[in-house]
Each structure stands twice: as structure tokens, then as C-alpha cells.
Design a protein around this ligand. Structure first.
Ligand SMILES: [Zn+2]
Ligand SMILES: [Zn+2]
Length: 280
């Protein structure tokens, strides 16, 4: 599997020059299965715009594109109206909210509302693609093997603490494990269910919007500190940790310092940079 970061920023995009190394777009991560070249997408923050352009320019086409959503805060859905493949007639796009079930009434409504004419000039139903809104109450889904890919992909989720709720994703295929866990507030101690979700992952992507000091002032805002992300990685015995969802007030200089501190404690850790790729 190969992961590419298209959006690493939390809360709101930033575009000042001192934010360019780590990137200004909000959350969007692409997972590619090497054997088939097929991609899956996590969250539709503003980074999904570049992802869509890369998808089209690569010439690679897939019958169905999955976009898995951790939750629906602006920074995780705001790029969707600019996702170019959604404007292609007959492109099938599955929007997957695994585990949410009845916790939200209608997934389609969330995207429709975001694109109603008071907010956006093109309405969802006029985009062109065929949308399938998968609001599932179970927390595990097995994507059946396809002709070109005989290996099933197992997707499971875990609900964690965040205002309005949010889900972490665990993807398993052919013995490799990718875990994506963002917008998570552990509280006074680490949420054991997050450690369980991340257990023995080849790659864990965990958010850290704040330093330990900052987090004291931001209780209830739904986020983690660098130390908490490191603790999850250690306890879950993950091979590589990538820290993402950088605070919009944290510039490159600040983040580089935090990255060095993280690596002193957990060698195979790195702070996510836009367009960074990791293969495992
Ligand atoms: Zn967020
Ligand atoms: Zn959020």
C-alpha cells in the first residue's frame, strides 16, 4: 500500500509562505493499492482538489471511487465541491460513513446542504457523477475481491471522542495495516479503543493539533497533543507514525521543532507534509 497526503492542516486552510513546507490544505489522504493502482480516499478537506486533478491527469480510471469520512466538520468536507472526478458523468463515487448508522439522519443531506445554492453555484445533483451514500451502522466492512485484485480489503472503524463524534479507520489488506485516526480527544488518559484500532499497524496516521501546554487550554475542542500521538504509537506497537492535522497557527519552523522532539522519543515518526508519500 502507498499513502499520499493531500491535506495535512486542521481547522482551516492556510496559505502564508511560512506554512508551505507542511502545507496549507485541510485533511485528505489517499491510499493506493500497488497491485491494482486503485485508490481510496479519506476525508474531503481542501486537499481533495489536488487529489482529483492528479487522478484525472494520471489517466488511471476506476469503476468506483470510495471516499471514507471520519466526520463532517468543515475541514473534512469543504474540498468536495472542487473534486473534479465528481463532475464526470457516470463516474461512481461511494461516500462511506462506516459506523455512523442512525447517529446522523442522512449522509446525502450533509453534502447537499453544503452545496445548496446559497453556498455554492453548482448543486450536488448537477455535478454529474453517480453518488452512493453509504451510511452504515456496522463498524466493519469487507470489500470483496475483484477480478484484478484477489485480496479482500477489510475496513473497520472505531468511534472516538470529538465534538459531534468522529471515527478512526483501520484498513487491512494482504497482511498490511493502515490506520487513520484524526480529530480525537483522548482526555486525561489515552483512549484504549484507539490503541486497539492501531494495534500493530504498519502505518498509523494520528493527529496532534496541540502541544501538551496548548491542550490544557483547549479541553473539549476535540484534539490531541504530540505526546498523546506518540503514546498511542508506542502502546499499539506501530511501525511508523505520521502526525497530521497541524494547527493553522503552527508554522513550518514550529512544526520542524516538534518533529525533532517526536523523533527523539519515537524514531520512526514524522510530521505529515503535503504530497508526502509513504509505502509499506
Ligand atoms: Zn478537523
Ligand atoms: Zn473535527
Amino acid at each position: 500500500m502507498k499513502v499520499k497526503f493531500y491535506g495535512t492542516r486542521g481547522s482551516i486552510p492556510v496559505c502564508a509562505p511560512e506554512f508551505q513546507e507542511f502545507g496549507g490544505n485541510t485533511t485528505c489522504v489517499q491510499l493506493r493499492v500497488k497491485e491494482t493502482n486503485n485508490i481510496g480516499i479519506f476525508d474531503a478537506g481542501t486537499g481533495i482538489r489536488d487529489l482529483g486533478k492528479d487522478y484525472l491527469s494520471s489517466g488511471h480510471q476506476q469503476k468506483e471511487i470510495f471516499i471514507a469520512l471520519t466526520h463532517f466538520h468543515w475541514d473534512h468536507i469543504q474540498g468536495f465541491p472542487f473534486f473534479a472526478p465528481a463532475f464526470i458523468k457516470n463516474q461512481n463515487i461511494n461516500l462511506l460513513a462506516l459506523g455512523w448508522g442512525k447517529r446522523i439522519n442522512c449522509l446525502e443531506e450533509i453534502f447537499k446542504t453544503q452545496m445548496q445554492k446559497e453556498y455554492f453555484p453548482v448543486q450536488l445533483e448537477k455535478m454529474g457523477a453517480n453518488f452512493n451514500f453509504m451510511l452504515l451502522s456496522e463498524t466493519k466492512k469487507i470489500l470483496e475481491p475483484e477480478v484484478e485484485d484477489p485480496k479482500p480489503v477489510i475496513v473497520s472503524t472505531n468511534k472516538h471522542k470529538h465534538p459531534g463524534g468522529a471515527y478512526g479507520y483501520r484498513i487491512e489488506r494482504d497482511g498490511k495495516v493502515f490506520v487513520f485516526c484524526t480529530d480525537v480527544e483522548h482526555g486525561d488518559s489515552i483512549d484504549d479503543s484507539v490503541v486497539k484500532l492501531a494495534k500493530d499497524a504498519n502505518l498509523l496516521v494520528h493527529e496532534a493539533q496541540y502541544t501538551t501546554e496548548e491542550l490544557k487550554e483547549k479541553k473539549g475542542w476535540g484534539h490531541s497533543s504530540y505526546e498523546q500521538a506518540l503514546e498511542v504509537a508506542e502502546r499499539a506497537n506501530v511501525k511508523v507514525l505520521v502526525i497530521t492535522h497541524h494547527d493553522p497557527d503552527h508554522d513550518d519552523e514550529f512544526l520542524k521543532k516538534r518533529e525533532i522532539e517526536c523523533q527523539e522519543r519515537f524514531k520512526d515518526s514524522v510530521l505529515a507534509r503535503e504530497k508526502m508519500e509513504i509505502e509499506f
